[in-house]
Design a protein around this ligand. Structure first.
Ligand SMILES: COc1cccc(COC(=O)c2cn[nH]c2)c1
Length: 242
């Protein structure tokens, strides 16, 4: 996979060269290039933003600068990802979809975002995905790009150590669509807190049942929205009793 990232703060993307992902980049399993958007700025001040038509606070990133950058960085066949609070919700399913693509280009906006014609023009040539990683506003798209890149590249076989299951919507072992159950390791008692005895029992059926129950309880408590989406057919009688 090839990754290109365009930003006015390229140093924000330094974490991509760390740890397992950094190793995949160093040995060429992933091609990564980070570009400074100002390279495509045309005036003496290398400006990349301007005041918004229609008035209002903040600045908008200029279409000419971004279009020139994407012309160079996103050839036909690339997928352009624009992190934005106004985007389609990013999910594990989206991550799995993006993991199957050859070339991802991340356009990191700042200020109030990109002139919409950047997206419209690029969409004539390549697929453009405006994605939101959550309902909050960051100062720029760089951190969101790091989130998406990590979620995507960890799914690539042979890229990040242990091959993660490519199952797109699993939140727990074999419990698709549920939150992960609690995890424990040594010591068996820690600051007066014990490990749930079932996990020490060696009874694998009971352990699987406990884990499933904990996933269901946690999901019901923390994410009723996920429970509403569960396919009732995947809930057995014991699940319904939780
Ligand atoms: C491209 O336009 C903008 C405008 C404003 C902020 C940003 C940065 O992205 C986010 O804040 C974000 C992404 N998902 N959730 C929040 C981009």
């Amino acid at each position: 996979m090839r990754l290109d990232v365009v930003s006015i703060f390229p140093e924000y993307l330094a974490p991509l060269r760390q740890s397992l992902l950094g190793r995949a980049v160093a040995d060429g399993r992933i091609q990564l290039e980070v570009h400074d958007l100002r390279r495509w700025a045309t005036d003496r001040h290398r400006s990349v933003d301007d005041t918004p038509y229609g008035g209002g606070a903040g600045m908008v990133m200029r279409p000419d600068v971004w279009a020139a950058a994407l012309d160079d960085v996103a050839p036909a066949g690339a997928t352009v990802v624009v992190p934005t609070p106004a985007g389609h919700p990013f999910s594990q399913a989206t991550a799995a979809d993006l993991a199957r693509r050859e070339h991802l280009v991340f356009a990191c906006g700042r200020y109030e975002g990109l002139d919409q014609r950047v997206v419209l023009d690029a969409a004539r040539r390549v697929e453009v995905l405006e994605l939101s990683i959550g309902d909050y506003v960051l100062a720029g798209g760089e951190v969101a790009a790091l989130v998406v890149i990590e979620a995507v590249t960890r799914l690539l076989p042979g890229v990040l150590g242990n091959p993660e299951s490519a199952v797109t919507d699993s939140f727990g072992e074999g419990s698709p669509g549920l939150l992960e159950h609690p995890a424990y390791t040594r010591p068996v008692e820690f600051r007066g807190l014990a490990v749930p005895p079932v996990l020490l029992s060696g009874n694998h059926a009971a352990i699987a049942r406990w884990r499933r129950d904990e996933s269901l309880r946690r999901t019901a408590r923390r994410r009723p929205d996920l429970v509403a989406r569960l396919d009732p057919a995947t809930l057995d009688a014991a699940d319904r009793a939780v």
